[in-house]
Design a protein around this ligand. Structure first.
Ligand code: NAD
Length: 295
């Protein structure tokens, strides 16, 4: 079994991810907060170098999200990312999976075309996005100069929504039904199924032939470039085209369909990483109706 180190495992995403990876890998968590298997500070090279010893791969999740503390963002998202990459080189770790963010390219504010893909020019609009973009560049530099295998997940995010179980199924009796539908409608396309986290990052750790690549990972959507104007102005019409009957179901449930101002391409993640979110809007409606029928 591959030995992997996951940083930031006391955080929102890292804690859910570690639980998912635990069955598939010999996984160890690292965080500055107490509670993780290894407690250490990534801004201190010695701490991460010691933890990297004997690892096959590192998944680097720890980061400072949108924060007014510019110095701390630079220290953690850039300098500590370099520490992780340097430790991987020094300790012979084969692969580093770097968790970046869609804020690195501009999160819909600055991208010159839709769907946003992995090749879009990056013009971040906040220091968080800027520092994560610098982290991506750092990963690229270590790959070029040291032959380190790096895989970048440009992540739409993860937000737990009540109803999803650790196995990736939905307990409808407990579920936040409007919450589930709203997330699948858009809203940044964040994942909410913990099993999706395990699949995406598990593939990034293990899949051969993907070193040096970047993948946008989020909830799968079917939209193409020519849908952009319609998704902003008449989203219900577009949604009905791809998922017949869903706007009517949403109306029944009292859920408003918001404009969808930007969306992502999931093609590269699907074809090269082997990741597609287990559910999309159509699946969630089908599963909801099945549950209704059995009541
Ligand atoms: N939350 C989202 O929806 C979202 C969206 C896109 C990308 N991401 C990316 O996912 C990753 C995880 O995000 P999150 O929401 O879980 O963040 P979080 O703030 O919940 O967790 C970050 C973790 O990093 C740890 N940490 C901070 N400084 C550290 C240090 N010096 N040494 C060791 N550990 C330290 C913190 O203690 C915390 O447990 C980040 O890389 C972030 O950029 C998250």
């Amino acid at each position: 079994m591959k030995k992997i180190l996951v940083t930031g495992t006391e955080g929102e995403v890292g804690s859910a991810l570690l639980a998912q990876l635990a069955g598939r890998f010999d996984a160890t968590g690292f965080d500055i907060k107490p509670g993780s298997t290894i407690q250490g500070d990534l801004t201190n090279y010695a701490d991460i170098a010691a933890a990297a010893e004997g690892m096959d791969a590192i998944v680097h999740m720890a980061a400072l999200l949108c924060s007014p503390e510019q110095d701390r963002s630079l220290d953690l998202n850039v300098k500590a990312t370099a520490n992780v990459l340097q430790a991987a080189v020094d300790k012979g770790v084969k692969r580093v999976v770097y968790c970046s963010t869609v804020w690195a390219s501009g999160q819909g504010y600055t991208e010159p075309y839709l769907p946003i893909d992995e090749d879009v020019p990056c013009e971040p609009v906040c220091m968080y996005g800027q520092t994560k973009w610098l982290g991506e560049l750092m990963a690229g530099w270590y790959a070029r100069m040291h032959g380190l295998e790096t895989v970048i997940i440009r992540f739409c995010g993860y937000h737990h929504v009540k109803g999803y179980t650790a196995h990736g199924t939905i307990d409808w009796e407990q579920a936040d039904v409007p919450g589930l539908f709203k997330r699948y409608l858009g809203g940044g396309h964040k994942l909410m199924n913990p099993a999706d986290l395990g699949l995406a990052f598990g593939q990034a750790i293990e899949k051969p032939g993907i070193a040096g690549h970047r993948f946008i990972v989020g909830v799968s959507t079917p939209y193409v470039a020519s849908d952009a104007a319609g998704l902003k102005s008449i989203p219900a019409v577009l949604i009905n085209r791809y998922y017949p009957g869903i706007p009517a179901l949403l109306e029944e449930l009292g859920i408003e369909i918001p404009p969808i101002p930007f969306f992502f391409s999931h093609e590269k993640a699907r074809t090269q990483l082997g990741f597609r979110s287990r559910h999309d809007l159509g699946d969630i409606a089908r599963l909801y109706r099945q549950w209704q029928d059995t009541r």
